[in-house]
Design a protein around this ligand. Structure first.
Ligand SMILES: [Zn+2]
Length: 137
């Protein structure tokens, strides 16, 4: 067995039955790094301590053998983060759509309609009130 294989085998044995990384840990890891960087670039040096405490927490969670408890923590974290992620994704979709479409109000019922952009003059039938109008998009 080569030295490399020996190290790999030891690492595998060490990580057996341990929790490992999850989304909460990734979040904590990046937050900790951010805190350390903030502590370095700002006069508030004590922030560095928070960053290191966060990293200790990350290692504790990753190496923990209490897998069900760690899974529960991650589920709670996901529950908090899911609505925020959803909002961010909606924003992303809207930005993408802004390039390819535009929102026009129906002159009859004032309903907002999404039309493809750069199609020239369009004859539009409002799906809401069935009224028709022409619009250059
Ligand atoms: Zn309408």
């Amino acid at each position: 067995m080569t030295f490399k294989e020996k190290i790999r085998k030891q690492a595998m044995e060490y990580s057996r039955g341990r929790y490992g990384p999850d989304s909460l840990n990734r979040f904590l890891q990046w937050t900790s790094i951010l805190l350390v960087v903030l502590g370095v670039v700002t006069p508030y040096r004590w922030i560095i301590v928070l960053g290191f405490l966060g990293m200790i927490g990350v290692n504790f969670r990753m190496l923990s053998k209490n897998i069900s408890q760690r899974r529960l923590e991650n589920q709670k974290f996901q529950k908090i983060v899911a609505p925020i992620q959803k909002q961010l994704n909606i924003g992303k979709t809207q930005r993408k759509e802004w390039k390819t479409s535009r929102i026009v109000r129906c002159p009859h019922c004032k309903e907002a309609l999404r039309l493809p952009k750069n199609k020239g003059k369009l004859r539009i039938t409002c799906p809401h009130c069935k009224g028709t109008f022409e619009k250059r998009v």
